[in-house]
Write a protein that binds this ligand. Structure first.
Ligand code: ATP
Ligand code: MG
Length: 654
């Protein structure tokens, strides 16, 4: 894509400097942040080495910082040894042993707390259980669990003995679970009888049984945590109850000291762009990324209660539930359940009841809660909140403003964080005490993260106010190491486009005159209308800025004259408009887009629906919408869809 013909519609010009009160107490103010950037620029590897020494506990200190001899397979801190679980737990026992590590609330209102001492004991016990079941360093363990503390305990226990965990989101089907288990070659599965979601039981064990019946020959044992007690089949010789094994396990377990490059986990990307890839992360580099970004972006302090709403099945739940906050000795909140049970105020009630200070969620959740009305958050005392975050998709400026006004009461900073499963940790985001934010922009790269905008030819675009491919030009510690079992795919997917010179994120971006980044969506999502390049995100934001619209997804449809025409799927606030009302609103929306962006962005087609097809992680599945827009029969794999039934309605058949 060339920089000059992206129809720039970035008319968003509201700016929000860091609130003075926040900046005064923040870990990083503008001056300190500038010093970090200067340090990183002067000596990229020295900068990261300094942080790694200061912020992680090493059993054997490293002497080599970056090994680029096999680039783009980079290695960090290679001769150092450490253990991720010792960093997250043992390190805090002396000073914070009685501090709460995890506050948990279930959908039915049941609560449980774990202090650092208690969490440490549980992790050691499970680590001993795993060892007794024959799990060794380097073995893979698949975790298919509800969003309960046991999921974190399982991850930490694997890390403690050097086993490589691969968490599969509890919403995935038997066939998705089977594919992932088989790709990892795991020898043990940790699951639960079930989980609670929206008043129902998610039958995890049943789904796991189906997956195992269909294949997964490497799995020898299944450890089952009892959560719902609804009665499940236990296969003799294979299935073991978690509580029975834990009863007799010792609370002492010496951590297995592993090389910095030892894989900590594999995590499969959500599949919104095709066959899932097993993203492999390292121990030392990954943990450093998770640790530093929790300090820089979330300004974490000892008195915080940090709530990241992401499930541990996603990278966000790895870096900002299971590892980053614990490595910093923080208190996290975990909630298992839907945001609207028993009513639309649940998230806000949890914030109030647990004194949540930092709240981190996804735009899809923000838009859903926005649709339910501000009377819900207004019922609760949200005064303890001091920082809000967003991740997963571009956040439309209107949703940002709602978050700012209704949840943040116009006093809290918002951190819009851009990163990926592959990057391991946040890459571009405002440092809240230092950076002026703009609704819809993730602002600037963090210290030590070297981002460029390049054109088709891979030439960095130097001018201000330009768009292109988002790439990373220098290796960073928390970067993925490879695609499990397929290094060729790693090189081709992430480095191939520009001859191994840059890590290619696959997202397109715009950088404005202040050096702030605006993510325009995936490269594949850019439309070409009459020779003009339009980001789907821009048209969607224009649609959502109309007072009657809650959510929109835009795709291109092949068009004889224009090349592509704009096809919009739109969710209105309130009931779905039909008949004349729909026609009238569609006309209004076309005029509105023309006014906001320009006539060329006007959608030729507008289809109203009750919802959009979302992946299990809440992202709009655009490749499916592209097929629907073309009028194709849907033959694609929809197994990762949250709401498969919506496809018929979107196709105009219901
Ligand atoms: P797959 O790679 O399987 O298609 P995925 O890319 O959705 O799945 P993730 O790694 O969870 O899986 O998501 C990373 C992507 O999410 C980014 O590449 C980007 O497109 C989008 N994204 C994440 N955070 C932001 C953000 N703050 N602003 C804009 N886009 C974001
Ligand atoms: Mg991706």
């Amino acid at each position: 894509m060339s920089s000059d013909n992206i129809a720039s519609v970035l008319t968003e010009n509201r700016v929000f400097p860091p609130p003075a009160e926040f900046a005064a107490r923040a870990r990083l103010n503008a001056e300190k942040l500038a010093a970090l950037h200067a340090e990183a620029q002067a000596d990229h590897t020295g900068f990261w080495a300094g942080l790694a020494k200061k912020n992680l506990g090493w059993q054997t200190p490293f002497t080599q910082v970056l090994d680029d001899s096999a680039a783009p397979n980079y290695r960090w801190f290679t001769d150092g040894k450490l253990n991720a679980s010792a960093n997250c737990l043992d390190r805090h026992l002396l000073a914070r042993g009685d501090k709460i590590a995890i506050r948990f609330e279930g959908e039915k209102g049941d609560t449980r707390n774990y202090t650092y001492k208690q969490l440490h004991a549980e992790v050691c016990k499970l680590a001993n259980v795993l060892k007794a079941q024959g799990v060794n360093k380097g073995d893979r363990v698949v975790i298919y669990m509800p969003m309960a503390p046991e999921a974190v305990i399982a991850m930490q226990a694997c890390a403690r003995i050097g086993a490589i965990h691969s968490v599969v989101f509890g919403g995935f089907s038997a066939s998705s679970l089977k594919d992932r288990i088989e790709d990892t070659g795991a020898r043990l599965l940790i699951t639960a009888d079930g989980g609670h979601r929206a008043g129902n039981i998610v039958p995890l064990k049943k789904v796991a049984d189906e997956a195992l019946a269909a294949g997964c020959k490497t799995i020898g044992k299944v450890i089952v945590h009892q959560r719902t007690s609804h009665g499940v089949d236990m296969q003799a010789g294979r299935d073991l109850w978690w509580h029975e094994l834990m009863d007799t396990a010792s609370e002492r377990c010496e951590p297995e000291w592993v090389e910095s490059e030892h894989p900590l986990f594999l995590l499969y990307t959500s599949g919104s762009t095709g066959k899932p890839k097993g993203i492999q992360h390292s121990t030392g580099g990954y943990l450093l990324g998770a640790t530093m970004t929790t300090q820089w972006v979330f300004d974490i302090r000892d008195d915080d209660v940090f709530w990241c709403t992401a499930d541990v099945g996603w990278i966000t739940g790895h870096s900002y539930v299971a590892y980053g906050p614990l490595a910093n000795g923080a208190t996290i909140l975990m909630y298992e359940g839907a945001p609207t049970i028993p009513d639309a105020g649940r998230f806000w009630k949890i914030c109030q009841d647990h004194g949540v200070t930092i709240f981190y969620t996804a735009p899809t959740a923000i838009r859903a809660l926005m649709k339910l009305g501000e009377e819900w958050p207004n019922k609760y005392d949200l005064s303890k909140l001091r920082l809000l975050g967003s991740v997963g998709e571009p956040i439309n400026p209107e949703a940002w403003m709602w978050y700012h006004r209704v949840i943040g009461k116009e006093r809290l900073p918002i951190v819009d964080t851009w990163w990926q499963t592959e990057t391991g940790a946040i890459m571009i985001a405002p440092v809240p005490g230092a950076i002026t934010t703009k609704p819809g922009s993730c602002t600037k790269p963090l210290p030590g993260i070297c981002v460029e905008v390049v054109d088709e030819a891979g030439t960095p675009i130097r001018e201000q106010d330009a768009g292109g491919y988002l790439v990373v030009s220098k290796p960073w510690p928390s970067m993925l190491r490879t695609v499990w079992g397929d290094n060729e795919r790693y090189i081709k997917t992430y480095w191939g486009q520009f001859q191994n010179k840059y890590y290619v994120a696959g997202d397109s971006t715009h950088r404005d005159a202040d050096g702030c980044y605006w993510i325009m969506g995936r490269v594949d999502d850019v439309l070409n209308v009459s020779g003009h390049r339009l980001g789907t995100m821009e048209v969607e934001s224009a649609l959502v800025s109309h007072p009657r619209i809650a959510e929109a997804a835009v795709v291109g449809r092949p068009h004889e004259v224009k090349g592509e025409s704009v096809f919009a799927f739109v969710i209105a606030k309130g009931p779905r408009p039909t008949g004349e009302e729909a026609d009238k609103l569609a006309k209004e929306l076309r005029d509105h887009v023309a006014k906001e962006i320009g006539a060329l962005a006007k959608p030729d087609d507008i289809r109203f629906a009750d919802n959009l097809p979302k992946t299990r992680s809440g992202k709009i599945m655009r490749r499916l919408l592209r097929s629907i827009a073309k009028g194709e029969e849907i033959t694609q794999d929809t197994s990762t869809l949250e709401n498969p039934a919506i496809v018929a309605q979107l196709s105009g058949k219901a």
